[in-house]
Write a protein that binds this ligand. Structure first.
Ligand SMILES: Cc1ncc(COP(=O)(O)O)c(C=O)c1O
Length: 310
């Protein structure tokens, strides 16, 4: 049990003005290269603790973090909190329900808007239409994009009608906003996703991926963790299963090996050691099987080479 108290020095002193310059934030931005996350995640990371461990203890350190947030920023000065129901670029981190519900309750009690970033989780990728549905939480606003129009450029903000209606006519404009072709594509996509039970397809894909990835984990030490929600399934590659030291170099080699056979992978995670499934829900069983075979061959080559050189 931690004895750290808010303000006891357990957290870095983060002044809003200097937030971006803070060493913890700078390190995180460098490590993750996801500058959009700069403002939220570091408040949950204590100095000397690994990001991974802090995420694992999210509900526990949530109180400390929010207390510090109030102390440094002031809840009354916070307009909104943005949360990915399942972290995408962060490495498919599925948070405990208590964490998501804790953030939602915290925001609700203080009049802070809760914005769910469903850009990566949205449109059934987690097995439900939106990721927040898994946590029984209703956000005030949601950011949507990617799957919304099956590749045509479109993004959307949806939310409580009083918030959406607060913008006066003509108050919101963008160069490409409301493109009629992209909007028509989105309507068609939504219809097809519902008609073809995309949620069930995502869950079936996820079950297949989990089974295969776990079988590989049993074979290869390199795979330290297999996790996911719906079709958002990932493997965490480590040099040591106990310390979970990121195997960034081996991840690079796996990605390069897979690419040589035509399988494009995009690694993720703060340690650049997460291999994730980012296939479309419309992938056929044959395409999935082919992709998995390529990936298995890549692991087999890399893992055999490593154990052979020991
Ligand atoms: C969770 C999440 N939010 C936001 C974005 C950025 O979306 P856009 O390129 O539509 O601005 C991405 C892009 O990868 C994302 O994964």
């Amino acid at each position: 049990m931690t004895t750290e108290q808010p303000g006891s020095g357990g957290f870095p002193a983060v002044r809003p003005r200097r937030l971006r310059q803070h060493p913890v934030l700078r390190d995180l931005a460098r490590e993750t290269q996801v500058s959009a996350h700069d403002f939220i995640l570091p408040l949950f990371v204590r100095p000397g603790r690994s990001i991974k461990k802090e995420i694992a203890s999210m509900p526990g350190n949530f109180q400390l973090s929010t207390d510090r947030l109030v102390e440094e920023v002031g809840a009354d000065r916070l307009a909104a909190a943005i949360l990915e129901p399942v972290q995408g670029e962060g490495g498919f981190v599925v948070p405990p329900a208590a964490f998501v519900q804790g953030v939602a309750a915290y925001c609700r009690e203080r009049g802070i808007l809760l914005i769910a970033d469903e850009i990566q989780t949205g449109f059934y990728r987690t097995g439900r239409r939106f990721g927040v549905e898994h946590f029984d939480v209703t956000p005030d606003l949601m950011a949507l994009a990617k799957s919304i129009a099956d590749g045509l450029p479109l993004a959307a903000v949806i939310g409580r009608s009083d918030l959406m209606d607060a913008i006066p006519p003509g108050g919101l404009g963008t160069t490409y906003g409301g493109n009629p072709v992209a909007c028509a594509a989105a309507l068609a996509v939504i219809e097809v996703l519902e008609r073809e039970s995309a949620g069930a397809r995502a869950r079936a894909l996820g079950a297949r991926l989990l089974e295969r990835f776990r079988a590989w984990q049993a074979m290869w030490e390199l795979i330290g963790d297999v996790r996911g929600l719906g079709a958002m399934v990932a493997m965490e590659l480590v040099t040591d299963r106990r310390t979970r030291e990121p195997a960034a170099e081996a991840t690079n080699v796996i990605v390069a090996e897979a690419l040589r056979e035509g399988l494009v992978l995009v690694k993720a995670g703060a340690g650049k050691n997460i291999v994730r499934f980012l296939g479309p829900l419309a992938i056929t069983d044959d395409e999935l099987a082919e992709g998995l075979q390529i990936l298995e061959r890549a692991f087999s080559r890399v893992c055999t080479a490593v154990s052979g050189s020991r």
